[in-house]
Unconditional design. Structure first.
Length: 216
């Protein structure tokens, strides 16, 4: 009895750079068992093309120009009518910050790869994603594990409020006025916040708070 070969994985590319899409199409079309069914240059275009083409996997960049970003597009792809028929989303990006990784995974991405990956790693990740298995670049997996092993700083509710004001660019006097505190109290609390976050400047405190999702 003749055994039919498995159907190829239907792949939709989403990247706002035409040259990158062309390179990916050329590379992936050479891989056995993968069929590139379309190219989208924006999140909005990816949603429309996914609804029309029914890909198994969407290879999604995070930064997509002025429109919808890759995280929002991922969330909407997976929330679209169809339930289990929604495509798997595999992020392919240059960005590996904790905030980007967390947002993508929380949006439902099956995997997260960096554009520096070797071609064979990309092929393997696409096949894993199509099968519903998680695919992470080694550096991304390391960051995820490090974050799990190092719990977020334990900030009080008042310290979170001060951080929120700090993120809006307010000076100590303005924070004190907004939160009905003395300026001396704000300065004291900020020193405590800096110690907990392991930073020594306002800018670093806000950046770390955003990365670790500590802002109210």
């Amino acid at each position: 009895m003749t055994v039919e070969p498995p159907a190829p994985i239907r792949l939709l590319l989403c990247d706002d750079h035409a040259v990158v899409r062309a390179g990916l199409r050329a590379l992936l079309s050479s891989g056995e068992g993968i069929e590139v069914v379309g190219e989208a240059g924006s999140g909005e275009e990816a949603l429309a093309m996914a609804a029309r083409l029914g890909p198994d996997v969407v290879l999604m960049d995070l930064q997509l120009g002025d429109g919808m970003d890759g995280v929002t597009a991922t969330r909407q792809l997976l929330a679209a009518p169809g339930g289990e028929k929604a495509p798997r989303v595999l992020v392919l990006t240059m960005f590996d910050t904790d905030a980007d990784i967390t947002r993508a995974i929380e949006a439902g991405a099956t995997g997260y790869l960096l554009k520096a990956e070797r071609p064979e790693e990309l092929f393997a990740a696409i096949r894993d994603a199509a099968s519903g298995r998680t695919a992470l670049s080694a550096p991304v997996a390391d960051r995820v594990l490090a974050r799990m092993r190092s719990p977020r700083p334990d900030l009080s509710e008042r310290e979170r409020e001060i951080l929120g004001q700090l993120a809006q660019g307010l000076a100590n006097r303005e924070i004190a006025r907004a939160l009905f505190l003395s300026e001396a109290t704000v300065k004291s609390r900020l020193r405590r916040i800096y110690d907990k976050l392991g930073v020594d400047t306002r800018t670093a405190a806000v950046a770390t708070a955003k990365e670790q999702r500590l802002l109210p």
